[in-house]
Design a protein around this ligand. Structure first.
Ligand code: P1T
Length: 422
């Protein structure tokens, strides 16, 4: 790197530190295209770059290793999470895969016991056979967490808020504990988005996003990233990015860059809608339990108020009676909320974690954290709140709350168990 480039990098990084979030989302790391003045970052749809002589190039050799569209996105993401760098991948799980590859056989990961089913599946079903050990524990209890640490423990995998039970982990406390034992920390910040929470500021080493969700925001792309605090982690993860090769396509990087420009507006509105829906459900006679950190009744409400700027737009609930049949009626009965996997898009989604996003977690494990077969999850979008509430109201009117007979409940649960995990 020339002295001049280093200087420009330093000025840019100082500028990003003084920008507020909305300005960073739109401008950080983004310059008009130098060859045409195009204000939007071009999609550099190329696999390679011409060299004038061997090794004589303009910083780009081969598109698995470097791509200008991806490079701009990485600078923008680093600024949003107050990191030194970001490393982009083809999906959230590909980003996680790269983080786990920082470890070696015999090392141990301690993770929260309530997390996205695909993350659990990767740790257990992909990496255990390579000799990585894992434990899934309640990360809100620091004392018992510290007892689980062994000399082999090398990574804390932290999801907060968790998917789908909306539990919180105290990032500052857990990162202090990790530092004491020389353990790396990676916080999956997908449910919050960088608009609501910046784990690197609270001591984390890495932040992961399934950019498929709030960062993209329009349900049209699969993408993932890791944002890091140190140059050393940046170097190691860029090495894995290139050596393992799970890179995102330039068109997908463009879509994430475009999505980020309205991240603050979308998440702001979605949080407002979610709060109103949570209040509506809390007072609804057919609802048994509601999980939303914005409600005072939520066990981690105060922690949420401390470490998040707003309470998010994800919530889960259980109907009175806990019948899977009733849950299915609501899941199939909404007209504005679409029944689908995923979250964080402008459109509201309704989902059934037990058979959809969390089917790869054994039922006994799910039940320990309250993830019942009748739990319903909402990803609240940015539509008009009156329409969202009216939709839930009419779907809830389809169920008549009663205790279902035991054999019938088992039959329905068996049916839910046969659905293939994503
Ligand atoms: O789908 P992908 O981009 O690979 O991201 C995986 C992922 C990682 N972390 C969290 C917290 C997630 O929620 C996800 C994906 N989740 C869903 C598809 C879902 O509907 O919950």
């Amino acid at each position: 790197m020339s002295k001049n480039t280093e200087k420009i990098g330093e000025i840019e990084s100082n500028l990003h530190q003084t920008m507020r979030f909305g300005t960073k989302a739109i401008h950080a790391g983004i310059e008009p295209d130098p060859s045409t003045g195009a204000i939007m970052t071009p999609i550099y749809q190329t696999s390679t770059y011409v060299q004038s002589a061997p090794g004589q190039h303009q910083g780009y050799e081969y598109a698995r290793t470097q791509n200008p569209t991806r490079h701009v996105l990485e600078k923008n993401l680093a600024a949003l999470e107050n990191g030194t760098d970001a490393i982009c991948f083809a999906s959230g799980l590909a980003a996680m895969d790269a983080v786990i590859k920082l470890l070696k056989s015999g090392d141990e990961i301690i993770s929260c016991n309530d997390l996205y089913g695909g993350s659990y599946r990767q740790i257990v079903r992909v990496y255990e056979k390579f000799g990585l050990k894992s434990k899934f524990v309640d990360m809100s209890d620091m004392k018992s967490l510290e007892k689980e640490i062994t000399p082999a423990t090398k990574l804390f995998w932290i999801e907060t808020p968790t998917n789908p039970m909306l539990n919180l982990v105290d990032i500052e406390q857990i990162c202090k504990l990790a530092k004491k034992h020389n353990i790396l920390t990676c916080v999956d910040n997908t449910f919050a988005s960088p608009y609501l929470q910046n784990p690197l500021d609270m001591g984390a080493d890495m932040v992961l996003h399934s950019a498929t969700k709030y960062l993209g925001g329009h349900s049209d792309v699969i993408h993932g990233c890791v944002v890091v605090k140190t140059d050393e982690l940046s170097k190691q993860l860029h090495f894995i990015q290139n050596a393992s090769g799970a890179v995102p396509a330039p068109q997908d990087c463009f879509l994430i860059l475009r999505g980020i420009k309205t991240l603050h507006l979308r998440v702001h509105r979605a949080c407002k809608n979610a709060k109103k829906i949570a209040k509506f459900l809390e007072n609804h006679p057919k609802i048994d339990k509601i999980y939303y950190p914005g409600l005072k009744s939520h066990p981690h409400h105060e922690l949420a108020a401390k470490q998040m700027r707003k309470f998010g737009a994800m919530l889960s609930f259980d109907l009175k009676g806990g019948s899977v049949e009733d849950a299915y009626k609501v899941l199939s009965g909404t007209k504005v909320f679409a029944l689908a996997e995923s979250l964080g898009g402008v459109e509201s989604l309704i989902g059934h974690p037990a058979s959809m996003t969390h089917a790869s977690i054994p039922k006994a494990e799910r039940m320990k954290v309250g993830l019942t077969d009748s739990l319903i999850r909402l990803s609240v979008g940015v539509e008009d709140i009156e329409d969202l509430i009216a939709d839930l109201e009419q779907a809830l009117a389809l169920v008549e709350i009663k205790e279902v007979k035991k054999e019938k409940k088992q039959k329905i649960e068996k049916q839910a168990d046969t659905i293939v995990a994503v």
